[in-house]
Design a protein around this ligand. Structure first.
Ligand code: F6P
Length: 357
């Protein structure tokens, strides 16, 4: 009998519940027991923030977004923000204590780069950890895909479809801002799938004169509207990203606002009516696509297999056609960005889509 702790950390992503369900079902089918920790590592810091998860507790959650365990992206136990003085405090010893008190044999940590970095620190301190990569941004190295990404791309593509209606009717330029932090995967995939005319990604700094030239050229051949997809991390050549809130102790910087800036500048350069739309957290909501449910279920089941095999300090990953185990140290501190010569970038260029360079 193995007693497995499970937690979800960082921003929610569609498919988190599917992983929890897979962990609980496969553990219970292998004579294991699962303890769900609430709100990421808060479940190890604060007393009583855990509950036993049985198959009946995860019935029906496969298709539900969010996470039944709750999450946070400001709960790093090694640098926990202290609201009263703006500093941070180290609660890692308390987490180790709770882990022992709960008599856990393993901890499955489902999260993005930040959460997996914390998991790695605990692994170095002797906690038997298995990581599961999660993010709509698709920016984790050593895995070709993370669940949540396909759902975000599908939503953004539908939004681009809908924005075409107004853009075309009013002969407008519409700039759509999508998430992705420092990687342009969502913008690139949704932009190509949605038939955007311009795609701006962090990996390829843009020149708005070039974008304006593309919009004018479209006007000349009779397409009097344009759709620009801007990743939130996109930035001008030699310029800076648009930031809503700077990083501070225990908090990462919050990106956002690039669509408004680009839209205002394109209006000045082209004389056309320009509007901006920020898709924001809508991209993280709703039911996961079948692709994300399947990937999340495969990840959850494989994570339990690793626990049963006693293979700790690893993250499950998809390297088609297999789900493999990758050492956490190969993953943490790295970001998987779009290679500028990547096939989909070249496809976009072949379609005549401007990448702003
Ligand atoms: O990492 C996922 C993500 O949605 C990013 O794309 C985005 O920059 C960030 O999280 C937003 O975080 P929050 O929900 O804290 O505003």
């Amino acid at each position: 009998m193995r007693r497995i702790g499970v937690l979800t950390g960082g921003g929610d992503a569609p498919g988190l519940n599917a992983v929890i369900r897979a962990v609980v079902k496969s553990a219970s089918n292998s004579n294991g027991e699962v303890i769900g920790l609430e709100d990421s590592f808060d479940g190890l810091i604060e007393r009583g923030r855990w509950r036993k998860l049985e198959p009946k507790d995860v019935t029906g959650i496969l298709r539900i977004g969010g996470t039944i365990l709750g999450t946070t992206n400001r709960g790093n136990p090694f640098a926990y923000p202290v609201l009263t003085n703006g500093g941070t405090r180290d609660y890692s010893a308390r987490c180790l204590e709770t882990f022992r008190e709960l008599a856990l044999d393993a901890l499955i940590v489902i999260g993005g780069d930040g959460t997996l970095g914390i998991a790695h620190e605990f692994w170095k301190r002797g906690v038997p950890i298995v990581g599961v990569p999660k993010t709509i941004d698709n920016d984790i190295v050593e895995t070709t895909n993370t669940f949540g990404f396909d759902t975000a791309v599908s939503f953004a593509t539908e939004a681009i479809d809908r924005l075409h209606t107004t853009a075309e009717a009013h002969h407008r330029v519409i700039v759509v801002e999508v998430m992705g932090r420092y990687a342009g995967w969502i913008a690139l995939y949704a932009g190509v799938a949605g038939g955007a005319d311009v795609i701006l990604i962090p990996e390829i700094p843009f020149d708005l004169e070039k974008v304006a030239a593309r919009i004018r050229a479209r006007d000349q051949f009779g397409a009097r509207f344009s759709i620009v997809v801007a990743a939130e991390g996109a930035k001008p050549i030699g310029g800076r990203r648009t930031v809503l809130r700077e990083a501070r102790a225990g908090y990462v910087e919050r990106l956002g606002g690039v669509a408004g800036v680009v839209s205002a500048e394109l209006e000045r350069l082209t004389g056309k009516e320009c509007r901006s739309v920020v898709l924001g957290h809508l991209q993280r909501g709703g039911a996961p696509t079948s692709h994300d449910r399947l990937l999340a279920t495969r990840f959850g089941a494989r994570a339990v297999e690793l626990v049963l095999e006693g293979r700790f300090g690893h993250m499950v990953a998809v390297q088609p056609p297999d789900i493999v185990a990758v050492p956490l140290e190969k993953v943490v501190g790295r970001t998987r960005t779009v290679p500028p010569d990547f096939d989909v970038v070249r496809t976009a260029r072949a379609m005549g889509i401007s990448l702003g360079d």
